[in-house]
Design a protein around this ligand. Structure first.
Ligand code: TYD
Length: 139
């Protein structure tokens, strides 16, 4: 139940890393690596300095967020507590459960935020108003 999730449910996941002097590689092999089926992949790029993304929660969507390049911070809020997760390595990922408000901040220049998601884009899955989110979590 996404109403009941809290920030402790959103954990950092280490992705496998194949090291090579010619460059490293990380693979995400469906449910061997992450606990949901990947239905969509999208990525944020060309984020202007000082700009923030996110500012919403999802009712049912699971996501895995990776700084494929550069770095940024993900600020999580479960209606009661906040925590900030910094992503700055292409082999570190953040598992996002539904029912968590998130804000993405402090993007480094040229960074790429890669997101693997459990469902197709659906605006009805979003809660974009913070007060509405807090009421949803309290209900
Ligand atoms: P949004 O999820 O609000 O972006 P962010 O959380 O990164 O700030 O999406 C921004 C816009 O992009 C919104 O109008 C819908 C569109 N969009 C798609 O068309 N497909 C997608 O998979 C996503 C994530 C967004």
């Amino acid at each position: 139940m996404s109403k009941l999730t809290d920030i402790r449910d959103c954990i950092k996941v280490k992705l496998p890393k194949v090291e090579n002097t010619m460059g490293n590689l990380s693979a995400i092999t469906g449910e061997e690596t992450i606990p949901f089926p990947i239905k969509r992949v999208y990525y944020l790029y060309d984020v202007p300095g000082g700009e923030e993304r996110g500012g919403h929660a999802h009712r049912g969507l699971y996501q895995l967020i990776v700084a494929a390049s550069g770095s940024f911070d993900v600020e999580l809020f479960d209606g009661k507590e906040k925590k900030i997760v910094s992503l700055n390595r292409p082999y570190d990922a953040l598992l996002m459960k539904p029912g968590i408000w998130r804000e993405l901040k402090n993007f480094s220049s040229g960074s790429i935020c890669l997101v693997l998601a459990s469902a197709a884009y659906d605006e009805l899955d979003y809660i974009r108003d913070l007060k509405e989110f807090i009421a949803y979590k309290d209900a």
